[in-house]
Design a protein around this ligand. Structure first.
Ligand SMILES: NC(=O)c1ccc[n+]([C@@H]2O[C@H](COP(=O)([O-])OP(=O)(O)OC[C@H]3O[C@@H](n4cnc5c(N)ncnc54)[C@H](OP(=O)(O)O)[C@@H]3O)[C@@H](O)[C@H]2O)c1
Length: 330
């Protein structure tokens, strides 16, 4: 393997410093499967890691990128062989193990998912952790009894990666989707993805959240945390189900137990990083079939590897929309 390009996140005098470097095979982390990376993607977590705005990196220096896909160049594990097209997302990637922002990656075989039939490598990264997490959230809500006939499902952080894909998947499955967004100008985009209604965050009075308010939602996908999650809890219908996915607005959650003990509301935690492999493969399979977003390419921007760094600040400032695929070698 010739030396290759990577985007390395490091720390100097307590500050996060990220830059392009040249790496060699010997510098890759241990693992059974070596992959020539075709594409990676940008998630909110990648932006927190690369800018140092969140304490995401557990081992410095670390190649960024929690997502990658590409072609196996060699494998000492019998489950994979040279030429196989594969996906690896989350676990310690881009956090404590060199990630997807490099022309090559070496990862444990237990983190690798074969590319499902029906998805291209590009599709896999247009989905990435965001798509996988949105689908996992919907699967968890379905397992908890959510059905289209139960009522409306609200999605917060609607224009983001997880939000856009969650709207598309839910609409495809027949749900009445309400998109909650901070971006008034993106109403047409959200309706095009399948939202029946668009609600502006500025229209909510989050300073007065009652323990129980009028029940509006059978389901909720929350990407924000903080007051929005507390408001969602107070406006869930009887036996409603919330998938708690993100913290883009905050880590705190100041609610009462009223929705849980008086309306039987369920708050489901969604962790995409360490899902058991059997579930992970099942969710990817659904993303390639009945949960495949119908507007995936329209919501996805392609970014050249060299153009990656300025994008992180755009994510932190919530100035982006949809998904961003990074062309590494693909
Ligand atoms: N649990 C897991 O395993 C898991 C997996 C993936 C992602 N996540 C989390 O899920 C969230 C969404 O991830 P993503 O990759 O979709 O991020 P993203 O593409 O950056 O989207 C986040 C969206 O949230 C809204 N937003 C951003 N900052 C905000 C703020 N300060 N206050 C209120 N709204 C804000 C914006 O949507 P609008 O302008 O439309 O409101 C933004 O587009 C993140 O918190 C991420 O860390 C968790």
């Amino acid at each position: 393997m010739t030396p290759f390009k990577a985007y390395l996140i490091d720390q100097q005098d307590g500050a996060t410093v990220s830059r392009f470097v040249t790496m060699t095979e010997e510098q890759l982390d241990p693992g059974e499967v070596t992959i020539k990376v075709a594409y990676s993607s940008v998630n909110y977590k990648d932006a927190l890691a690369a800018t140092g705005k969140g304490r995401i990196i557990r081992r410095f220096p670390c190649v960024g990128g929690i997502d990658l896909c590409g072609t196996v160049v060699n494998s000492s594990d019998a489950r994979f062989k040279e030429g196989d097209e594969v996906i690896a997302t989350s676990y310690d990637l881009g956090v404590a193990h060199h990630g997807g922002y490099a022309e090559y990656a070496r990862v444990p075989a237990d983190w690798v998912v074969p590319l499902p039939q029906g998805l291209s490598l590009f599709d896999a990264m247009a989905l990435g952790t965001a798509g996988y997490t949105a689908a996992l959230g919907v699967v968890r809500m379905e397992d908890n009894g959510l059905r289209p006939e139960n009522g409306k499902v609200i999605v917060s952080g609607a224009t983001g990666g997880v939000g856009s894909i969650a709207i598309d998947i839910l609409a495809r499955l027949g749900y009445h989707v309400v998109a909650l967004t901070g971006k008034a100008a993106e109403s047409d985009y959200l309706k095009h993805l399948g939202a029946k209604e668009v609600l502006l965050r500025s229209s909510l009075d989050l300073s007065k959240i009652r323990p129980l308010d009028k029940g509006l939602w059978a389901g909720a996908v929350d990407n924000l945390g903080g007051e929005v999650l507390a408001w969602m809890a107070s406006t869930m219908r009887q036996n409603g189900t919330i998938a708690s996915i993100g913290l883009a607005a905050g880590m705190s959650f100041n609610a009462t137990v009223a929705p849980f003990i008086l309306r039987g509301v369920s708050l489901l935690g969604v962790d995409s990083a360490y899902t058991a492999m059997a579930t992970r493969r099942k969710v990817w399979q659904r993303l390639a079939t009945d949960m495949r977003p119908q507007h995936l390419h329209e919501m996805t921007h392609t970014v050249k590897f060299d153009d990656l760094p300025p994008l992180f600040e755009e994510f932190i400032a919530a100035r982006v929309r949809g998904r961003h695929v990074v062309e590494i070698g693909g």
